[in-house]
Design a protein around this ligand. Structure first.
Ligand code: PEP
Ligand code: MN
Length: 378
């Protein structure tokens, strides 16, 4: 498998210990992500026939200049990011090294998330599931974890239908302080039980830095929700873990804002980031949000990070969710997240927008058809 994205193992073993498959990012080439916020200023792309000696020579000269080098190995060529003060880097004759094909300054405000940084799409491993490859990965589950029977029943039905990742909120960001806020730690424990029962990795939201250690003990992927997209202290903290993070677009955030927020996470060393389009607020009132599918091809061009679409929150009305899920796959999403509940009328949150398990199973078949039509698979 060609993998381009990786991190060194978590510095603290706790991130792997509670999980059946750990979070060791097996199969990924080690990459040493930058540990400081210093800017990536230049990208060196080597020739396909560049030798190891030539690459080592470039890297050691960069170090001699007091700059840092990020080496990223693709199937065909090696990309070296040069990190340090832009003015100092600009005066170096980087194009003069043997083995160099091109040298490109990074002009965008987002550097590490930019497509140029890798020159190839990244893959992020959640448990044993890879997002960002040929497969369109389906994530499904209830908005909130409510009780043991609910989460296990749903986990088993979505796995049977073809979902690869179980979603469920234990810490819920609610508009009203009087609405159900999630079961907290008990919800995480139920998710862990559902993971054991169904054999699916889990994604769950972390709302606050104070809960990060706790949520990290259970989650295979951390969700940072729309309302927290610009909670910069939370972004920095999840950036210090090595857990996959799915960052949802804020409801009043531009695509560029989303990329800049992702840059916070990568700048702390965590490259295991997925971006999620979940709908934005517009003047439209007939849907909960406006699912901005424009964001999918734009993000795929601007960043190497995998793109997830959440059509459930994007439109917010059950009977319209399948159409937008199919459209998201056609637009090029790497993963689709769908809310599913076995008794929507009893759901403690978002009952009106979640699919029934049989509706989800039916949708998976149709998603497979669209995926295959565009050369992907489910
Ligand atoms: C959710 O996934 O249930 C959720 C709260 O999403 P968002 O942050 O996109 O509103
Ligand atoms: Mn929800």
């Amino acid at each position: 498998m060609a993998t381009f994205l990786s991190n060194p193992p978590a510095p603290d073993a706790k991130f792997g210990s509670a999980l059946p498959w750990g979070n060791d990012q097996k199969g990924c080439e080690p990459l040493n992500p930058p540990q400081t916020a210093e800017a990536l200023a230049m990208i060196i792309i080597t020739r396909p026939d560049a030798t190891e000696d030539q690459i080592e020579h470039i890297v050691s000269r960069i170090h001699d200049w007091g700059l840092r080098a990020e080496v990223s190995r693709g199937e065909m060529r090696v990309v070296i990011g040069v990190i340090g003060p832009e003015d100092k880097i600009r005066e170096k004759p980087l194009g003069a090294f043997p083995g160099v094909e091109s040298v490109t300054p990074v002009l965008k405000p987002y550097k590490l998330v930019s497509y140029e940084f890798r020159g190839t799409p990244s893959k992020v491993k959640i448990g044993n599931v890879v997002v960002g490859g040929k497969e369109v990965v389906l994530m499904a589950g209830p908005c909130s974890v409510e009780n043991e029977d609910q989460i296990i029943t749903i986990a088993q039905s979505i796995r049977k239908a073809g979902a690869k990742i179980l979603r469920g909120g234990a810490f819920k960001p609610r508009t009203s302080p009087y609405s159900f806020q999630g079961l907290g730690k008990a919800g995480l424990q139920l998710l862990a039980e559902a993971r054991r029962e169904a054999g699916l990795p889990i994604i769950t939201e972390v709302m606050d830095t104070k809960d990060l250690d706790l949520v990290s003990e259970y989650a295979d992927c951390l969700q940072v929700g729309a309302r927290n997209m610009q909670n910069f202290s939370l972004l920095r903290e999840v950036g210090r873990t090595r857990l996959p993070v799915m960052l949802k677009r804020g409801m009043a955030a531009s695509i560029k804002d989303l990329l800049m927020s992702a840059e916070y996470i990568l700048s702390e060393g965590n490259f295991n980031v997925l971006l999620c389009e979940r709908g934005i607020r517009t003047f439209e009132t007939m849907t909960r949000n406006t699912l901005d599918l424009n964001a999918v091809p734009v993000l795929k061009a601007e960043t190497h990070l995998p793109v997830v679409v959440d059509p459930t929150h994007g439109i917010g009305i059950r009977r319209f969710v399948p159409a937008m899920a199919l459209a998201a796959v056609a637009a090029g999403a790497d993963s689709i997240m769908i809310e599913v509940h076995n008794a929507p009328e009893l759901a403690k949150s978002d009952g009106e927008q979640c699919l029934l398990p049989n509706e989800f199973a039916d949708l998976v078949g149709r998603i497979r058809g669209v995926a295959e039509a565009i050369g992907r698979e489910v």
